[in-house]
Design a protein around this ligand. Structure first.
Ligand code: NAP
Length: 316
């Protein structure tokens, strides 16, 4: 079977793919353009796409009788794929849940600590040669221990963040989620996002991207937050209305933000770049070799199951 891998992946993943499939690895690190997306559906049996490969409904419309029957997405988030449109023309979609959980929770903790403890600001001070030595009131941040954390989306990653915050930092946990979750740690479910925003010192976003969560965090939510509170986003950029976040930061409605993802990625607004109170990471959530290997091997497992006619391990 012909398999297209749309970006360079770790060697172990490519070796596994080549051992089982007639594999083509696209060697560009940028997302496929529309012509490539269309061609991928007509030229390959299986495509292993990832973030930014925008399989929207009109791409599927352009190939009514596709050769491709599986999009084995590399990543748990698949908001770049219109899965309903894919299914309507007989293309299955799978993802890589679980493989990404701990690494992404770690980046959430990194952003919480960097933003609350002003680590980026401090590092820039040292690198600029402007540090004049320790003194008792320099760069005072927010102490995380014992504070209240609000988690929006108590799924796999939300729970991994909660475990770290509860066991590592003694934080009080509150969350907003569609369903209620049986949890192995104390956490209060809050019925409205606006109420959760009002009750916490740090608000972390861990919901999937997509139409339902688009601009879920806007001026109305941000205006409810405490002025000393920080917002952290490791989910998808467009869950936050970025203009509203910039306005909230500019007027001091919240004290800072830690962002791994952006509304118009990879464009990061100059207004955010210019703010000392904001920590900006380049979508590092799963960026560790073992994690990217595990994600790739999970995607290949889905492709292998498809090739054997077996049940897909991770359908979306
Ligand atoms: P998950 O296990 O499916 O968890 C998502 C949680 O969000 C679920 O508990 C779900 O509740 C809740 N939710 C969904 N829609 C909601 C809504 N409209 N309102 C309130 N709660 C809602 O997914 P995950 O594995 O934790 O991953 C979460 C997302 O993180 C991914 O979809 C991806 O976009 C992002 N991510 C980012 C990175 C990165 O590099 N920064 C890495 C990995 C993942 P129910 O259970 O009730 O549906």
């Amino acid at each position: 079977m012909k398999l297209l891998i749309t970006r360079p992946l770790p060697d172990t993943v490519i070796a596994q793919a080549r051992a089982h499939f007639d594999t083509t690895m696209r060697d560009q690190t940028t997302p496929m353009d529309r012509a490539e997306l269309v061609q991928s559906l007509s030229d390959y049996d299986i495509v292993l796409p990832t973030l930014g490969d925008l399989y929207s409904a009109d791409v599927f419309d352009a190939v009514p009788n596709p050769r491709a029957r599986l999009l084995a997405n590399f990543g748990v988030g698949y908001n770049h794929i219109d899965a309903a449109a894919a299914k309507s023309i007989g293309i299955a979609v799978t993802n890589t849940p679980g493989a990404v959980t701990d690494a992404t929770a770690d980046i959430a903790m990194t952003l919480m600590l960097m933003t609350c403890r002003r680590a980026g600001e401090g590092e820039r001070l040292v690198r600029a040669g402007q540090w004049q030595g320790w003194h008792p009131t320099q760069l005072l941040g927010l102490h995380l221990t014992g504070k209240t954390l609000g988690i929006v989306g108590m799924g796999r990653i939300g729970q991994a963040i909660a475990q770290r915050a509860h066991h590592g930092f003694g934080m009080t946990l509150k969350y907003y989620n569609r369903s209620s979750k049986p949890l192995p740690f104390p956490a209060e479910q809050v019925a409205s996002l606006a109420d959760l925003a009002a009750q916490v010192d740090v608000l972390v976003i861990a919901v999937p991207g997509g139409a339902e969560t688009h601009h879920m965090i806007d001026a109305s939510v941000l205006s409810n937050m405490k002025p000393h509170a920080r917002l952290v986003n490791i989910a998808r950029g467009d869950v936050i209305k970025e203009d509203d976040l910039i306005a909230a930061l500019e007027k001091g409605a919240i004290a800072g933000a830690g962002l791994d993802v952006y509304e118009h990625e990879p464009d990061v607004p100059q207004a955010l770049i210019g703010m000392e109170t904001v920590t900006l990471l380049p979508h590092l959530g799963t960026a560790a070799l073992e994690v990217r290997e595990a994600m790739g091997l999970m995607a290949i497992d889905n492709a292998l199951a498809f090739a054997k006619g077996a049940t897909l391990p991770n359908p979306v």
